[in-house]
Design a protein around this ligand. Structure first.
Ligand code: KIV
Length: 266
């Protein structure tokens, strides 16, 4: 498989891509998929707490624990030769005080091998971002629809409070973060934020003007088929391909056509 990204991506080289070739970010949660995505030239592998939904089968991300994030981040870091690995700080791992925010961010770097961490919120987590950055850990912010706030939001929906989201993005930049995820906001607002900040914006459901795009891989590659929001485009049919494969396996085992001579030791 061709290597499209010859040198490893770091938070500073990622940030330098502001306004340049769009940054490609994809989630990853395990070794083999991370290795494949890295070899395909993805710029950044985000070990998102979305794993609560797409790996653990839970309804939201809020049950994901720090230990689980460290574990999955370590699997992805082991696989990545080129992509920047960003580990997500889960719910309550940075909300209570800055000391635990720094300690938990440090775990994703030290035990998980990540190159950076991500956390949700803007103005309300400014002190935490400043403290983590002071500890020399690069931070990616996350504004707009922040899934860890689902109990307060009530449901997942497009976020339209322009001033609040702009203020959050500016607070994240001022606190020293190297990039910002913008989730589920009107494309015009994402364009405004992208123009207003000097760090790369990575959109998900935020239109074409961001400096990069991120998708959950199970959405992008069509493994998760009963979730079909407007912003997801399916670039492959992994669900269909796996289903065909498993059905063929079942059939061949039951008809004794597998294993045949070619797949048996003499
Ligand atoms: O948890 C996650 O995967 C994320 C992305 C969807 C941005 O936060």
């Amino acid at each position: 498989m061709p290597m499209k990204n010859p040198s490893p991506m770091t938070a500073p080289t990622f940030a330098l891509r502001k306004g340049g070739e769009p940054l490609v970010v994809l989630t990853a949660y395990d070794f083999l998929t991370a290795q494949l995505f890295d070899q395909c030239g993805v710029d950044c592998l985000l070990v998102g707490d979305s794993l609560g939904v797409v790996v653990q089968g839970k309804g939201t991300t809020v049950e994901v624990t720090m230990d689980q994030m460290v574990y999955h981040t370590s699997l992805v870091s082991r696989a990545s030769k080129h992509a920047l690995v960003v580990g997500d700080l889960p719910f309550l791992s940075y909300h209570t005080e800055t000391a635990s925010a720094v300690r938990n961010a440090g775990r994703l770097i030290q035990e998980g091998g990540a190159g950076a961490v991500k956390l949700e919120g803007g103005v309300r987590v400014r002190a935490q971002i400043e403290a983590i950055v002071s500890a020399q850990i690069p931070v990616m912010g996350h504004v707009g629809l922040t899934p860890q706030s689902i109990k307060r939001f009530g449901r997942y929906r497009v976020q339209r409070d322009e001033q609040l989201i702009l203020d959050d993005a500016r607070a994240i930049e001022e606190a020293g973060a190297f990039s910002i995820v913008i989730e589920s906001v009107p494309a015009s607002l994402a364009a405004k934020i992208t123009a207003a900040v000097s760090i790369p914006t990575i959109g998900i459901g935020a239109g074409p003007s961001c400096d990069g795009q991120v998708l959950v891989w199970q959405d992008a590659l069509g493994l998760l088929v009963d979730f079909d929001p407007k912003f997801v485009k399916r670039f492959a049919d992994v669900h269909g391909e796996m289903k065909r494969g498993v059905e063929a396996y079942c059939r061949e085992v039951r008809t004794r056509s597998f294993p045949d001579e070619d797949h048996s030791y003499r």
